[in-house]
Design a protein around this ligand. Structure first.
Ligand SMILES: CC(C)(COP(=O)(O)OP(=O)(O)OC[C@H]1O[C@@H](n2cnc3c(N)ncnc32)[C@H](O)[C@@H]1OP(=O)(O)O)[C@@H](O)C(=O)NCCC(=O)NCCS
Length: 189
């Protein structure tokens, strides 16, 4: 990790990427309470969980991770600069068993989609992974049916590396697991 302090103040033209606090519970509960939003998310909406248990699990994880040194994983609350509204989540983390590889991800509340915010946040997360964390490779995962997320990855210049059958958990009893896409981009020389 190089410029540790810089990691606390990521921003883009329209967004601030800040630490999560306990006060973000309503935003997280809105995410976890919408089955369409959680449909293709890996850790959310699993059989046996509730929106409340998911929101609590995520917020505990997100808040605790900001206190850990050295940085392994960060969840950022995406905030619109113009209005101060919290609109979603962006994440970046080291991949445990792939040295030099960082993973990025994004979630937006439904009413903030279609305006390029996920791509804008993703571009900044990718920059931070390369320039602040010093990653050589940045990857992103999604369910193969999650076309909006695949579109974000492609807009960020990532290419499809592999599809892993059955690697995404089913969200309803009796459903089959989903297939997982891995997109990747290497550090420019
Ligand atoms: C994945 C997700 C974040 C993508 O959201 P999104 O709004 O489609 O992505 P962006 O914010 O980058 O917006 C891109 C869209 O805005 C449009 N757009 C408008 N203004 C734009 C701008 N200034 N810059 C870029 N795109 C812009 C693009 O044309 C594109 O529209 P299209 O999908 O009709 O082609 C969203 O679907 C989501 O939160 N899903 C649920 C959670 C989830 O599955 N997360 C991913 C887990 S792997």
């Amino acid at each position: 990790m190089k410029n540790y302090e810089e990691f606390y103040h990521l921003e883009t033209e329209r967004l601030t990427l800040r630490t999560f606090t306990e006060e973000d519970y309503p935003l997280i509960l809105r995410i976890s309470s919408d089955p369409k939003t959680t449909e293709y998310l890996y850790y959310w909406g699993r059989i046996g969980t509730t929106p409340e248990s998911d929101a609590k699990r995520f917020l505990d994880y997100a808040v605790k991770n900001w206190r850990k040194t050295p940085i392994r994983a960060r969840e950022f609350c995406l905030v619109l600069k113009e209005t101060g509204e919290a609109i979603g989540d962006g994440s970046v983390e080291w991949v445990e068993d792939e040295p030099g590889t960082a993973e990025i991800g994004w979630i937006l509340l439904p009413e903030y989609r279609g305006r390029g915010y996920a791509t804008e946040a993703g571009r900044e997360l990718m920059r931070a992974a390369f320039e602040v964390m010093g990653a050589d490779t940045v990857i992103a995962h999604c369910d193969s049916r999650n076309q909006p997320s695949r579109n974000v990855m492609e807009r960020l210049g990532m290419t499809l590396r592999e599809i892993t059958p059955g690697a995404r958990p089913a969200k309803r009893v009796g459903e089959l697991n989903g297939d997982e896409c891995t997109y990747a981009v290497e550090r420019a020389l």
